[in-house]
Unconditional design. Structure first.
Length: 121
């Protein structure tokens, strides 16, 4: 654990906190406002592998659908939000996403090496 990022203050030396939200914490209100704005301006939403149970993010796809923005869900099973979405693709995302986007499977790079970038489509 010596290679983990630490505070540069010699008096502190504690582990740096990643810029994430831990379970039970609130989202940064600035990020929520930005996400709300982006949802209203989107042309399409992809909901991938979500239970749609963690709010406020769980509300965004339904709100987008209400604005008549196409929402496509990729999941192994339906949930309480699926009925609001225009498209539903059942199965593992590694098997359904490339088909929905009409990208040949051999051109998909599920886990590219960190030094390279996947092909853009």
């Amino acid at each position: 654990m010596t290679d983990l990022p630490r505070c540069s203050d010699k008096k502190c030396g504690g582990l740096l906190r990643p810029d994430i939200v831990w379970f039970g914490e609130q989202l940064n209100p600035q990020y929520v406002r930005l996400a709300n704005k982006m949802c209203q301006q989107a042309e399409l939403a992809l909901v991938i592998g979500s239970s749609n149970m963690v709010y406020p993010a769980a509300a965004w796809p339904e709100e987008m659908a209400a604005l008549e923005i196409p929402v496509a869900e990729f999941n192994t099973k339906t949930n309480h939000e699926t009925r609001f979405f225009q498209y539903y693709f059942e199965g593992k995302v590694t098997e359904t996403l490339h088909k929905a986007l009409d990208v040949p499977e051999e051109e998909c790079v599920p886990h590219p090496p960190s030094h390279s970038h996947p092909k853009k489509h």
